[in-house]
Design a protein around this ligand. Structure first.
Ligand code: PEP
Ligand code: MG
Length: 585
C-alpha cells in the first residue's frame, strides 16, 4: 500500500517525481545537472576534492605538536577513513553517474542516506559518529567551492521533488532557476514566507507535512497534490497514471486561462478592477507582464538583502534594482516596499541563533519591518535615497510595512525628508513618489484616520493582519488550522479599512487608494467576497492573476455588496457558511 501523508496545500498543481531529501542546513549548495557525457569529469572533480582534503588532513596530522593529546590524531584518522569509505566515494559518484547531479548536490544527497542509517543505529556511540561524516562532507563541500562545475545541463529524464524539514525563504529563492518540480516541508503554514515564495515559483508545494522528511526516503517516487495537500509515497502504477492525467488536465486548464491576459478586468456591472502583481526580485517583472498585471502592488525588497548581512546592497545597487523594475513595467505603477526583515525573514538565518539557542522568543512581535529600518536610520536612508532616485524613471510608490505607532509614521517622514535633503545636497536627481502604509496590525485599523491623513495610499497585508488579529503564528503548522482569513474579526477589520479609505475623500479632499496585497487577494475563492466589501485593487502572485480575473469577469459588484454585508453580520460558523454560500452563487 502506498503511504499517504497529509500536509497544508500552499501552491496548486500536481507534481510527480523522485524525492530528493535534503537537510535544511545544506539547501544552499548549488543544484544543477551536469551535461550528458560530462559525468566522468564531474566524478573527477569530486575525486580531486577528496585528494585535496586527504592532503590537508595528512598535513594537519604531521603538524600536530608532540605533546598534542593522542585523541587528536585518532580523530584525524577517523576523518581519513571516512574519506576513503565507499559510502562517500563510490556511492556519491553513483548519484553523479546515474542522476547527473553536480558533485555538491550528489554529496548532500548521499549524506542524507548515510545520516539515516546512523540515526537508525542502536549504539549511541556509533550514532554520534554521524557528526564526523557531516564534518567530512562539509570539508569536501568547501574544497569543491570555486573549483568550477561543468556546464549546466538540462534536467534528467525523471522529474525531482525536494523534501526537507524546512526551507528558508532565501533558500527557496535560489530554486527559481528550476531544478525541482515540487516542494515538501515538515513545517510551515499557508502564509509562511517559504510558502509564499513557492507560490511565486508556481510549483506545487505542500508544507506542514510533519514527519514527511522522516518517512520519505531518498529517491522514493512521490506525488505532490498541491491542491489538496496530499502526498503519496511509492504510488502504484494505476495511481501514478491517474495523477499524470490529472496533472495534464490542470495544465491544460491553466493554458486556457492565458486567453484572458489582455481582457480588461471589468465586472458585469462595469466596475474596473486593478489586478497587480507581487514580486520578490526585479526579474519577476517579466512574469508579471506575461500575466497581464496592471502594475506591481508589492515588491518585497528584503529578498535583495537576505543572506547578505555583511555585505548589504548599497545605494547604487538598490537604485539599479528599483530602476529596472520601474522601467521594466513601462509606465505602470510600481509599489516598492521598504525592507520587511525579521520574523521568518531574518537578514541572516544564523543571526537568530546564538550557541544553538534561539535568541528572540517572539520574532514576529520583535524587531521587524519598519521597526528594523528605524532602528538603523543610516541603512534606512540608503534604501530611501535609492527609491527616490529610481522615482525619476516612472510612477514609483513607496510602501512602509507594519506601521502601528504615530511616532513610526512621523519618524518615517523625517527620514524621507532627510534622504531627500541628502540627495539635493549632492545635486542628485530624485522624484516625488507617493507614500503608502501597510495595514497589518489590528491596532492600525483602529486608528486608521492617522494613516489616511498622512499617506497617499494604503495596502492591507492580510497575511500579518490575520496573524496578529488571531494571535496565530503564520509559520507554525501546529496552529495552522486556526489561521482563518474568514474569521469574523478579520473580515470586520478588512471591511472597516476599505470603507474608511473610500470615505476619506469627504474629509481629506481626495480619495485614499486602498489595495490588498496579502495572500487573500490571490485566492479566487475570496474574490467575490472582497469585491462585495468594496475592494477594487488586488495584488497577488502573477500565477494567480488570471484565475482571479476570471472571477472578476463573472462578478456583479452591485449584487455582491449586500451579500457581503450579510456575511459580515454572521458570527457563528453555520450562519457564516450559509451567507458565504449565497455570495458564491
Ligand atoms: C502581508 O502581511 O499580508 C504581506 C503582504 O506582507 P508579507 O507577507 O511579506 O509579510
Ligand atoms: Mg506582512
Amino acid at each position: 500500500m502506498a503511504l499517504q501523508i497529509f500536509g497544508i496545500p500552499v501552491s496548486r498543481g500536481i507534481a510527480v517525481g523522485r524525492a530528493v531529501l535534503m537537510s535544511s542546513a545544506r539547501l544552499d549548495v548549488a543544484h544543477y545537472f551536469v551535461d550528458p557525457g560530462h559525468e566522468e569529469q564531474e566524478v573527477n572533480r569530486l575525486r580531486a576534492a577528496r585528494q585535496a582534503i586527504r592532503a590537508e588532513l595528512d598535513a594537519l596530522q604531521l603538524e600536530l605538536p608532540s605533546d598534542a593529546p593522542p585523541e587528536l590524531s585518532a580523530f584525524i584518522d577517523v576523518h581519513k577513513m571516512l574519506l576513503d569509505d565507499p559510502q562517500i566515494g563510490r556511492e556519491t559518484a553513483t548519484w553523479i553517474r546515474k542522476r547527473r547531479y553536480n558533485a555538491e548536490w550528489a554529496l548532500t544527497a548521499q549524506l542524507e542516506v548515510i545520516g539515516r542509517s546512523f540515526d537508525e543505529m542502536d549504539d549511541a556511540y556509533l550514532r554520534e559518529r554521524k557528526a564526523d561524516v557531516e564534518q567530512v562532507v562539509e570539508r569536501l563541500l568547501r574544497a569543491l567551492r570555486g573549483t568550477g562545475g561543468m556546464a549546466r545541463g538540462t534536467a534528467g529524464d525523471e522529474d525531482l521533488v525536494l523534501v526537507a524539514h524546512d526551507i528558508a525563504p532565501a533558500d527557496m529563492m535560489q530554486f527559481k532557476q528550476g531544478v525541482f518540480r515540487g516542494f515538501v516541508t515538515d513545517v510551515g503554514g499557508k502564509t509562511s514566507h517559504t510558502a509564499i515564495v513557492a507560490r511565486s515559483l508556481d510549483i506545487p508545494a505542500v508544507v506542514g507535512a510533519r514527519e514527511a522528511s522522516r518517512l520519505i526516503r531518498q529517491d522514493d517516487w512521490i506525488i505532490i497534490d498541491g491542491d489538496s495537500g496530499l502526498l503519496i509515497v511509492d504510488p502504484s502504477p494505476i495511481i501514478l497514471e491517474d495523477y499524470r492525467v490529472r496533472k495534464q488536465e490542470s495544465e491544460l486548464g491553466r493554458q486556457r486561462l492565458t486567453r484572458l491576459k489582455n481582457t480588461p478586468a471589468r465586472t458585469l456591472d462595469g466596475q474596473m478592477v486593478e489586478l497587480l502583481a507581487n514580486i520578490e526580485l526585479p526579474d519577476d517583472c517579466e512574469t508579471a507582464l506575461a500575466a497581464g498585471a496592471a502594475g506591481i502592488g508589492l515588491f518585497r525588497t528584503e529578498y535583495l538583502f537576505m543572506n547578505r548581512a555583511h555585505d548589504l546592497p548599497g545605494e547604487d545597487e538598490q537604485y539599479e534594482a528599483y530602476r529596472r523594475v520601474v522601467q521594466g513595467m513601462n509606465g505602470r505603477p510600481v509599489t516598492i516596499r521598504t525592507i520587511d526583515i525579521g520574523a521568518d525573514k531574518p537578514l541572516d538565518a544564523e543571526a537568530n541563533y546564538r550557541d544553538g539557542e534561539f535568541t528572540h522568543l517572539n520574532p514576529a512581535l520583535g524587531l521587524r519591518a519598519i521597526r528594523y529600518s528605524l532602528s538603523d536610520p543610516a541603512m534606512f536612508r540608503v534604501q530611501l535615497r535609492a527609491l527616490l532616485r529610481a522615482a525619476t524613471h516612472g510612477p514609483l510608490r513607496i510602501l512602509i510595512p507594519m506601521l502601528a505607532h504615530a511616532t513610526e509614521v512621523h519618524q518615517t517622514f523625517i527620514q524621507l525628508d532627510m534622504a531627500r535633503a541628502e540627495l539635493a545636497a549632492s545635486s542628485r536627481p530624485h522624484g516625488v513618489p507617493e507614500t503608502g502604509a501597510m495595514i497589518e496590525v489590528p491596532g492600525a485599523v483602529l486608528m486608521l484616520p492617522l494613516f489616511l491623513k498622512h499617506f497617499d495610499f494604503i495596502s492591507v497585508g492580510t497575511n500579518d493582519l490575520v496573524q496578529y488579529t488571531l494571535a496565530i503564528d503564520r509559520a507554525d503548522e501546529s496552529v495552522a488550522g486556526l489561521y482563518d482569513p474568514l474569521h469574523p474579526a478579520v473580515l470586520q477589520l478588512l471591511a472597516q479599512t476599505i470603507a474608511q479609505a473610500h470615505a476619506a475623500e469627504s474629509w481629506k479632499g481626495r480619495a485614499v487608494h486602498v489595495s490588498v496585497c496579502g495572500e487573500m487577494a490571490g485566492d479566487p475563492a475570496l474574490t467575490r467576497l472582497l469585491l462585495g466589501l468594496g475592494l477594487r485593487s488586488f495584488s497577488m502572485h502573477p500565477a494567480q492573476l488570471l484565475s482571479v480575473k476570471q472571477e472578476v469577469l463573472r462578478a456583479d459588484c452591485a449584487k455582491l455588496a449586500p451579500l457581503a454585508r450579510a456575511v459580515l453580520a454572521e458570527y457563528e460558523p453555520e450562519g457564516q457558511q450559509r451567507a458565504l454560500a449565497a455570495l458564491m452563487n
